[in-house]
Each structure stands twice: as C-alpha cells, then as structure tokens.
Design a protein around this ligand. Structure first.
Ligand code: SF4
Ligand code: SF4
Length: 429
C-alpha cells in the first residue's frame, strides 16, 4: 500500500515503522473475515482493513475524530488478523502507533478518562489485593455485575520448598495473585514435580500490558525496565552461577507483552540489549513444559501404576472431558498452538476445542471487557455456547483474563489448564 506520510511523522521512528508495515498490506481483505468485531458489527471500519485505512489517513495528515478513536477502541487486539494475513502485516504494532497518535489528538470525554485512569492505576496498585480480599468477603451481597468480577476466594495449598539446580523465573502478575492465586501455586508444584524450581523476583510487577494498552506507553515502559532490573540478577548471576532456564509465563496476556520488550525498548540505549535477551528467554508455560515431556512421561507412568494398584485392575474413572479455549494472546499473539492440548492429553484428559470457532476471541482482551462491555459480553456468550456444546465437565484456558471473563457467564468451572495437571499429580501423592 503506497503511503505519503505527513511531515510531522515522516522522520519519526513510529512513522518509519508504520510506513514499513503499511507497505506490506495489499488490501486483499482476507483478514476481515476472521475479525470478531467485523463479524458482529459488519462495518468495514470495525475490521482490520478498515482500521489500517483509518491509521494510514491519520499518518498522511487527516485529522482524527472521536469516531476514528472509537473504531480503534473497538479492536480487541486479538491479532486474529495477523494469523490470517498472507502478507505478514504486523497489525498489532501498527495499531499501537495509530492509537497513540489518535490519543494525543482527540480528547476523550471526562467519564471515559476517569474510567481509564481508574483501571490503569487501580489494577496495578498495592491496594488491589486488599480490595479483592474485601470483595471476596462480601461477595454474596454484591450486585451481579460486580460479583462477576470478583472470583470466590481460593485455597491454593502449599508452595513447594525443594531446591533444584534447574530454575525458572515466573512473573507472578499484578492481578493474578489476588484473584486466582492457585494458578501460580499449581505452576510451581507442577514444575517442582519435574525437578525445576520456580523463582519469583519480588521487585518485578505488572508486565506493562495494562498501561500500554490504555495508551500510557511511558509508564508501561518504566514497568518493563523495572522488571528487567528485577530479573537480571537471575538471568546473569553476579557470582558466575548458571542463570535461569527461562522466564515462564502462565498468563498468555503477560507473555505476549514480555516477548515484545525487545521490540518496545529497541531505541533505549540502556535497556535495548537486555530487553531483547529477556524476550528471547520468555516462554509460555505450555511451551516450556512440553520440552520436559520425557520427565513428565516418567511421572505419568508412576501415576498409572499407582492408579492400577489402587483400583486392583478394575476400570478406573473415564477421562475428564475438557473444553479448551486457546487465548488469542497465545495462539495469535505468540503463535503458540497445540502444546496445551498435548500436555492435557498426556495427563489423561479428553480435550476438545471448538471445531469452527477456536480461533475467535472470547471478548475479555484485558480491560476491554470493562471498557466495551456490550461487545465483550456478545463474544463471551458466543464463546460459551461453542464450548458448552462440547459438553465438557470443565473448561480451561491459559490466561487469567479469559478465565475470569468466561467464568462470569457459566456455572461450569473454568480453570487454568495447569490446575488440572496439578490436580492429577496431587491426587496421587
Ligand atoms: S486485532 Fe482482532 S479485533 Fe482487532 S482488527 Fe485484528 S482481528 Fe479484528
Ligand atoms: S489480510 Fe493482510 S494484506 Fe490483506 S488486507 Fe488484511 S492486513 Fe492487508
């Protein structure tokens, strides 16, 4: 696509990056068909090709309006369009640039600004955990829409205490420890069972995604730099000891962000190299755990023998029927597919994905479910209908946002897949 950037963007790094992305787009529209917002709204400007056009016009000097901003706001950043695009258009990076320019030029109404400010400060604040605790205590009395955002308090069991020479760093996440603490505990227990110790750097915090997607790039970049500083002693220990094997992410929304640190900090002379190394070291939990399949297989054989001895040869319970929703940040953002299914199958689960819609977003998309509730609920209900038709006993996903969002619309349990693996291991210990 030919572009003629306006003078104000011509010689900026963002302008150059955007131009390179736009040049790749051949306007074929393949991406439009798989875009969830286009599928629901049927408006070209609520699909990727239309949004690319809007951003192009702004970069060429057109004055953006509230309408431009709203079309960009309605994008879920699911990046389904990137998976579909045959020309390799990096839509996600283009959207980041477009949103940030439009944000500077179009003022949002007061109520919206307040909502966005509350989200970006509230969710990453130290007060979030006590507020969540309080919410859980009075959960029964909360109105339904608020109750949906406050999961029931969990008993997450014990954190393993065995020291192993093999170590991984884990990002605890900003909301996860307070909302669904069992995910981190289960991760540490499963890794411990295969001889890997999970380390959490206390000084690390939010990955930066919340602020970044609410157009506060500078604050987000500061969070990224803080995390790099917190992790670095584990990556390159000062005493020459062996560093961690990887930085493991059990929330794919955080994983996709940390894998992008190298790109986002490429122009920072102090952090560029380290950011790139951190991104290269980052893996989704399923990506990492699948490399330990030989160790897992050994464990599974032991479990099987124990189970057979327990049932004395009688038929044991049938495999648990599981419906899996692969998060967009995993399948499109990180292009990681198949590992979760493989791991769950190895642990004896009967895993199913929606045959026709597993590529579609569930509508959670970080803070999207709060900022665009109508679209978020439409997509949630559509996703739940698909998953329920698989007649599962439990639904699983790989990202806290998707898990809580789906859970708010169904009575069936919705869990992180690693919790099922952990349950299986614990049942035989
Ligand atoms: S990121 Fe998702 S919602 Fe946004 S344009 Fe692409 S497919 Fe559509
Ligand atoms: S599929 Fe790719 S090349 Fe085609 S319109 Fe969409 S972004 Fe452009």
């Amino acid at each position: 696509m030919q572009t003629h950037l306006a003078p104000e963007f011509k010689d900026t790094p963002e302008g150059r990056e955007a131009e390179a992305i736009l040049r790749k787009c051949v306007h074929c529209g393949f991406c439009t068909a798989t875009c969830p917002t286009y599928q629901v709204l049927g408006d070209e400007l609520d699909g990727p090709r239309g949004r690319i056009y809007l951003i192009k016009q702004v970069l060429e000097g057109a004055e953006p309006t509230r309408k431009t901003q709203q079309h960009l706001d309605r994008c879920l950043t699911c990046r389904n369009c990137e998976t579909t695009c045959p020309s390799g258009v990096e839509y996600g990076h283009l959207l980041d640039i477009g949103r940030s320019i439009v944000e500077d030029k179009v003022q949002r109404p007061m109520g919206e600004r307040l909502k966005r400010w509350t989200l970006k400060t509230g969710l990453t604040s130290p007060l979030f955990a006590p507020a969540m605790k309080l919410g859980q205590m009075v959960r029964t009395y909360l109105p339904e829409n608020l109750k949906a955002k406050v999961p029931k308090a969990q008993d997450s069991g014990l954190w393993p205490t065995t020291e192993h020479s093999r170590k991984v760093l884990m990002l605890a996440g900003c909301v996860q420890p307070a909302m669904l603490p069992n995910i981190n505990f289960a991760t540490a227990r499963v890794l411990d069972a295969v001889g890997v110790q999970t380390v959490v750097a206390q000084e690390a915090g939010c990955c930066g995604a919340l602020k970044f997607h609410l157009n506060d790039a500078q604050a987000a970049l500061d969070q990224m730099r803080r995390n790099i500083d917190a992790w670095w002693p584990w990556v390159e220990p000062a005493d020459g000891a062996v560093g961690v094997e990887c930085i493991v992410m059990n929330a794919s929304g955080c994983g996709v962000m940390v894998k992008d640190y190298g790109h986002l900090l490429k122009d920072d002379p102090l952090y560029a190299d380290r950011a790139e190394r951190i991104s290269a070291l980052t893996q989704d939990l399923s990506e990492y755990l699948i490399t330990l399949l030989p160790e897992l297989t050994g464990l599974l054989q032991k479990i099987q023998v124990q189970a057979e001895a327990h049932t004395q040869g009688h038929n044991s319970a049938p495999p648990q029927r599981v419906a899996y929703h692969p998060p967009c940040t995993l399948q499109h953002g990180q292009q990681v597919r198949g590992a979760v299914e493989q791991l769950l199958k190895a642990f004896g689960a009967d895993v199913h994905l929606s045959r026709t819609e597993s590529h579609l977003c569930c509508g959670s998309a970080g803070t999207y479910s709060v900022l665009q509730p109508v679209m978020a609920l439409t997509l949630r209900d559509r996703k739940l209908e698909q998953l329920s038709s698989l007649q599962p006993e439990v639904m699983v996903s790989a990202n806290i946002g998707c898990i809580t969002h789906l859970q708010s619309g169904t009575k069936l349990p919705v869990k992180h897949w690693v919790e099922l693996v952990d349950e299986r291991l614990r049942a035989h210990h």
